[in-house]
Design a protein around this ligand. Structure first.
Ligand code: 2ND
Ligand code: ZN
Length: 344
């Protein structure tokens, strides 16, 4: 566990509104003169974190409704983004891609572009203070209409290359298949921003295929159910599409029924480019170190195998080649100090 904690790690799939600290929520609520249902951090946690008995992605997503009312101004957004980098540094995560849906933060008059601007500012301040590299990913939501999603996309394009690294599609996968978003993502691709899409989490492998082949996704969020179709697995392998797997979250949302059933080893043996991420540290009660510990506990992952996952994340990162090389050098240096070598 100590080696896992010290190991330099990368988190490519983490939602801003899924990692608000209860202690921060208390302060945000006080500053906004809002009443919370509990007076202290331990009392708030059950409102912000799923229980063992979570039955589905739909139930999991309800936890986000609790924090969103407090994330409606620039100061709050900048603060939670800053704390993403602080939390990353505390777990030796040296690069983080933090995703969020700007339209969820416009309920009190903030524009989508301003929301993105504040998050980017928080991440950049965190980069300076904590020595963690950070980029934002802008999420379009499955439950939002075309015009809301176009506003989110326009905000992403405005910050493309200056803080925003990609666009994503998230939300209720079971009710809204990716095919509904073809025209939106055609425009996203035209803008030059890379695309990652949540798929194969709460619906089948056809969504993974659609996301890659029709929506132009160059990475897939989760992809757990891709295993139900050999042709989809072959496509992911041939096109070297990274999977952003989030083991603890995937168990909670019932993308799989048990650890025994989790296809991570199978995917690695099939030659897929697997990365491991947290999804929502507060909602899921996890950290990168916990994710790696679970893999070591349930699948016997060795230190070398965990290092391979970190190397995969470097390959999958939405960074320019020179920045990626710089990240590789940093990670390789930290690994070497622990007696570990980063594969090329
Ligand atoms: O695992 C997930 N799958 C689909 N949507 C998700 C997941 N985790 C968070 N979200 C949604 C809820 C958040 O409010 C939104 C923006 O971060 O993204
Ligand atoms: Zn996610």
């Amino acid at each position: 566990m100590d080696l896992i904690r010290k190991m330099p790690k990368i988190d490519l799939h983490l939602h801003l509104d899924g990692c608000v600290k209860p202690s921060t929520l208390l302060e945000l609520a006080a500053a906004q003169h809002r009443i919370l249902p509990a007076p202290d951090a331990p009392g708030l946690l059950p409102y912000m974190q799923v229980e063992e008995e979570c039955r589905s992605l739909t139930e999991y997503l309800q936890k986000f409704d609790f924090v969103l009312p407090y994330l409606q101004n620039g100061e709050a957004l900048e603060r939670v983004a800053y704390e993403v980098t602080e939390q990353a540094a505390a777990d030796n995560v040296c690069y983080v891609e933090c995703r969020f849906a700007p339209m969820l933060h416009t309920l009190e008059g903030l524009s989508a572009a301003d929301a993105v601007g504040h998050v980017v500012q928080g991440l950049q301040r965190g980069e300076r203070d904590f020595g963690v590299k950070a980029r934002a990913i802008v999420i379009c939501l499955r439950s939002h209409d075309e015009s809301a999603n176009r506003e989110a996309l326009a905000a992403a394009v405005r910050y493309a290359g200056s803080g925003v690294a990609a666009v994503d599609l998230a939300g209720d996968e079971a009710s809204f298949p990716p095919s509904l978003f073809r025209s939106l993502f055609e425009d996203a691709r035209r803008s030059g921003l890379p695309v990652t899409i949540h798929a194969g989490e709460a619906a089948g492998p056809e969504n993974v295929e659609e996301a890659v082949m029709r929506l132009g996704a160059v990475r897939i969020g989760h992809g757990v159910r891709a295993r139900e179709d050999e042709a989809v697995i072959a496509m992911l392998k041939d096109q070297r599409i990274p999977l952003e797997m989030c083991p603890v979250s995937n168990l909670q949302t019932k993308a799989v029924s048990s650890w025994n059933d989790y296809p991570i080893r199978q995917y690695m043996e099939q030659g897929l480019l697997v990365t491991v991420n947290t999804d929502n540290p507060t909602v899921s009660g996890t950290t990168m170190s916990k994710e790696f510990s679970m893999l070591s506990k349930h699948f016997g992952f060795t230190a070398e195998e965990l290092v391979r996952l970190v190397a995969n994340s470097i390959e999958a990162a939405f960074l320019e080649p020179a920045e990626k090389e710089e990240l590789r050098q940093t990670v390789a240096g930290h690994m070497a100090a622990l007696g570990l070598s980063l594969p090329g």
